[in-house]
Design a protein. Structure first.
Length: 326
């Protein structure tokens, strides 16, 4: 969205710009496939495709007039060991970039509008014909690149619903926003909710189960229950575990979470598979004790799941601020 916002502002101010997408990587590339960057005609940049050296070379090449015309083209960096070293690519990393010297501003505006309404959208760039198009996307879609057609998936922001407006929640909300999450807070306890003042977050005044339903969770959503009150946390979990949310976690010790799983199975309409989705104790077992450390452990586990880098084991930790898993 930062790239799209900058593109619209630059176009309105009369600037030309190129759009560059990471199409494929080999080795230890600094940025993943799908990463975006736009390069303005005066050298200003928004977004990134590497740690900096490739951006510098792209700026130099643009200033020399190399990126003219309108047809998209392929750029490669790090093909040789010497080139990888020169551009700061670790471990022999290699990048393939798709450069669009003059992207259609109207199409970018349309993409931003569709993302803003919560839609998943695929953007297709055909290097053979130069045609760029938008199509509806689905949760199962992923980036595709065959050397000629680049298909990237775009959608609404990753969302995090936090149940409980306590101290851990404050750190978690702030850190999650830095990672690009749109953060919602739900706590029906006025003694906690009335003092919530974390900038950029959105308050939901409903009960936890209604809050989960109201948000309409999707595969880009996460729910973390942090009240340490089973009456509130369980309300959120019984709805969240039935949703397509990619992460559902709850604070508490191993023993307390074992009891929670028993309650969810015995008293609520949840299957064993749904209860098994619960991450509780929440977070990676990194020895967290303080609220900011616990927030780090939670976001680390969410990030691992989000990026498909996850395996599971459990660790017994103290009741006070229990962390979990991975």
């Amino acid at each position: 969205m930062q790239v799209l916002d900058a593109a619209r502002k630059w176009a309105a101010a009369g600037h030309r710009f190129a759009l560059i997408t990471v199409a494929r990587t080999w080795g230890s590339a600094p940025r993943p496939p799908g990463a975006w960057m736009i390069l303005r005609d005066d050298g200003q940049v928004q977004g990134s495709v590497s740690g900096g050296c490739i951006e510098d070379d792209l700026i130099r090449r643009a200033a020399s007039g190399e990126f003219t015309g309108s047809a998209p083209r392929l750029l490669r960096y790090g093909v040789t060991a010497d080139e990888a070293h020169r551009f700061g690519l670790p471990c022999g990393g290699t990048l393939e970039l798709v450069l669009e010297p003059a992207p259609d501003v109207g199409l970018l505006e349309h993409l931003a509008q569709r993302i803003g309404t919560g839609q998943l959208v695929t953007r297709r760039v055909d290097l053979a014909t130069g045609v760029v198009s938008l199509q509806g996307g689905s949760a199962g879609d992923s980036q595709q690149w065959d050397g000629q057609m680049l298909v990237t998936l775009h959608g609404p922001a990753w969302r995090l619903l936090i149940i409980g407006a306590g101290q851990i929640s404050r750190y978690l909300a702030t850190m999650a926003q830095a990672l690009g999450y749109r953060v919602y807070i739900c706590d029906p306890r006025s003694e906690y909710a009335d003092g919530w003042d974390v900038p950029g977050t959105e308050r939901i005044s409903a009960m936890p189960d209604d809050a989960v339903t109201e948000l309409g969770l999707d595969p880009r959503s996460a729910v973390v229950a942090l009240t340490h009150d089973p009456k509130l946390d369980d309300l959120a979990l019984l709805e969240a575990l039935k949703s397509p949310a990619f992460y559902v976690g709850a604070l508490g010790s191993q023993a307390n979470n074992s009891k929670r799983r028993e309650r969810l199975l015995q008293y609520f309409d949840l299957s064993q598979a749904e209860v098994d989705r619960l991450h509780g104790p929440v977070g990676l077992p990194i020895g967290s004790r303080t609220p900011p450390e616990i927030a780090v452990s939670i976001l680390a586990e969410m990030t691992a799941l989000k990026n498909g880098q996850y395996f599971r084991f459990t660790v017994e930790v103290p009741d006070s601020y229990a962390c979990r898993v991975a």
